[in-house]
Design a protein around this ligand. Structure first.
Ligand code: SF4
Ligand SMILES: [Zn+2]
Length: 587
């Protein structure tokens, strides 16, 4: 095995821009070429051999590879694995000038982007894409019980309705059937498929998925604002969608015209309003350095997005505009009609944007995974996010976004640094801490980092209240007292004109293993009354708090937009199925 690992490391250090996907491909190809049947080596094995090889002068250090191998598996932080699948090539109604248009690819995707390359190889078959991805995650030691499914490819709602339902049906089928021993063949798409039958079959698969081994706990679809209406919103709910990636790029009317977006700011505002009315989470795509923009206009855009209650998204993706060959912008570049900012200016601009991000927003991505040889102009730094982070630290600045404050993104020490190698050791350590009064609560499961431990004494509940799209949003979160680290959060929306008057749009706990032991003041006073000591998870406490806020607002119906695979969790908390949601009557 060691030689195999050495060979892989030897190849990996030569990678200029190593990504997790590229590394997975490298490992897979190597094992296939060498006809090795064993499971691909884990990151920890690679890292160990990497260090040994450096010591022996067999290789030169590769900083990026080292970071990649050292990094905790971000995508499985809370036990949820992200699976990205792509739809087939289909004309997008948009004519956006920066958008690549490659033959046989869905609009805006390039065939050698990691997820796109995988999809192309499988002819965009949804069933095969999900099955292969679950297999590969498993092989790399990631948990696959909870899946966040992200469907990409142009504008979802522009695809024929049959195709949409067929696609989603096959994703659910794949997660339900993968554990079966006998190989199941995927169902091919044909335009004669009856929509009613597809809907019925989808419902059956969704029901099965509620109890399946691989559950789809969240489903994201991407679309354009002008395709959001009551009908499409409802269809996406039937499909099990919980989050929308909404392409806006800017909220400057003039720039929207220049880039030929084909819609204005009114459509963006209306779409955001409707999506929130139906409980969806909204991840808004934004592009600095578009033609017609300047760093100060980019900053103005960001300020507008968070000052104006008509926007205020839950998440944003910042994709600085880049010029790729198969786009209209490439001809603009050649004619000298467009010039991107310098790297320095771009970094300064993004830092100025990051400074304005409120705590309730998550910057879910910064830059797109476009292989740099496709980029004719614009940012080529694949590690731009890290470069910006380092620069901000140098300037004494900090990004307040949710992602930067999530417990899993804290550069914490591992429990192993306490010499605690096993769960048993960690648990007894925690008990000892508790017995000497150092912890007011103990984690139910001992897999925590020391960083997590160091915050335990100061975790508090915070409530940020703000107006958005005609409703009031409550961002409830468990954080350390300085609000640098977030352990769990909940997005509660109160809008008496909404589909339901109160909606839990998102509930997230980082590290499923965390459980908190709360001592009510009464229990502390009356030591005998141990029953009063609650033992409950962050998630449940946040739901209880949401119910309390509903009561304060004279609301007796609380709905939750729940991924199919987490319905069981809410049912245990007293929620019942209602249309595509789960609803609880609050007494
Ligand atoms: S709407 Fe999206 S996919 Fe369609 S052209 Fe514009 S950017 Fe590309
Ligand atoms: Zn951030």
């Amino acid at each position: 095995m060691k030689n195999i690992v050495e060979e892989i490391v030897l190849k990996a250090v030569k990678m200029k821009q190593p990504t997790m996907e590229a590394l997975d491909v490298l490992k897979r190809n190597f094992l296939r070429a060498e006809k090795v049947k064993s499971v691909a080596p884990k990151k920890s094995d690679l890292l160990k051999v990497y260090h040994e090889m450096i010591k022996k002068n067999k290789i030169k250090p590769n900083f990026y590879l080292e970071k990649l191998l050292t990094k905790r598996a971000v995508r499985t932080l809370s036990g949820v694995s992200i699976i990205t699948v792509l739809t087939k090539s289909y004309p997008c109604p948009g004519k956006c000038i920066y958008c690549p248009d490659e033959k046989d690819m869905p609009k805006s995707y390039i065939s050698d982007e990691p997820a796109a390359a995988r999809a192309l190889q499988l002819e965009f078959d949804p069933y095969e894409q999900v099955v292969r991805r679950i297999d590969s995650l498993k092989k790399n030691g990631h948990p696959t019980e909870k899946i966040e499914l992200i469907v990409k490819g142009g504008t979802w709602n522009a695809y024929p309705l049959q195709y949409q339902y067929w696609f989603i049906l096959n994703c659910f089928k794949a997660s339900n059937l993968i554990s079966q021993k006998s190989k199941v063949k995927s169902q091919k798409f044909n335009s004669k498929l009856k929509i009613e039958k597809l809907k019925k079959d989808l419902l059956v698969e969704q029901r099965k998925n509620e109890k399946a081994k691989h559950r789809i706990v969240g489903l994201t679809l991407e679309t354009r604002p002008d395709f959001i209406n009551e009908k499409t919103v409802w269809e996406m709910r039937e499909q099990g969608c919980t989050r929308i990636e909404l392409g806006a790029q800017t909220v400057d009317e003039q720039i929207l015209k220049i880039i030929k977006r084909g819609h204005g700011i009114l459509e963006i505002k209306n779409a955001m309003h409707l999506l929130k009315l139906y409980g969806f989470k909204v991840d808004l795509h934004l592009m600095p350095q578009l033609p017609g923009s300047t760093p100060s206009k980019d900053l103005k855009m960001m300020l507008e997005i968070f000052k104006n209650p008509d926007y205020r998204p839950d998440m944003i993706k910042i994709y600085p505009c880049t010029v790729v060959k198969n786009s209209e912008l490439y001809t603009w570049l050649q004619k000298g009609k467009y010039k991107p900012y310098s790297d320095k200016k771009l970094i300064e601009t993004i830092i100025s944007l990051k400074k304005e991000i409120p705590r309730y927003v998550r910057i879910s991505r910064l830059i797109r995974d476009i292989p740099s040889h496709h980029i004719k102009a614009g940012n080529k730094m694949t590690n731009l996010r890290q470069v910006i982070q380092v620069e901000m630290e140098k300037q004494g600045l900090k990004c307040n976004c949710l992602r930067c404050r999530e417990i899993g993104h804290q550069p914490g020490l591992q429990t192993t640094e306490y010499g605690l190698q096993t769960k048993k050791q960690a648990l007894s350590f925690l008990r000892k801490q508790e017995s000497i009064g150092r912890l007011s609560w103990i984690p139910a499961f001992a897999g925590m980092t020391t960083k997590e431990l160091s915050y335990t004494k100061s975790i508090s509940l915070f409530i940020d209240k703000y107006e958005a799209s005609g409703g009031i949003e409550y961002f409830l979160s468990f954080e350390d007292k300085d609000r640098n680290v977030v352990f769990a959060f909940c997005r509660l929306r109160i809008d008496k004109n909404g589909l339901f008057p109160a909606f839990i749009r998102e509930l997230h706990t980082y590290g499923q293993s965390l459980a908190i032991k709360l001592e009510s003041s009464k229990a502390i006073k009356n030591k005998k009354n141990d029953n009063e000591v609650q033992h409950t998870g962050f998630g449940k406490q946040l739901v209880i708090m949401a119910e309390k806020i509903c009561k304060e607002n004279d609301i007796n119906t609380l709905a939750v937009i729940s991924g199919v695979g987490v319905k069981g969790y809410y049912k245990k908390l007293g929620f019942k199925e209602n249309q595509t949601y789960l609803v609880k009557k609050i007494k």
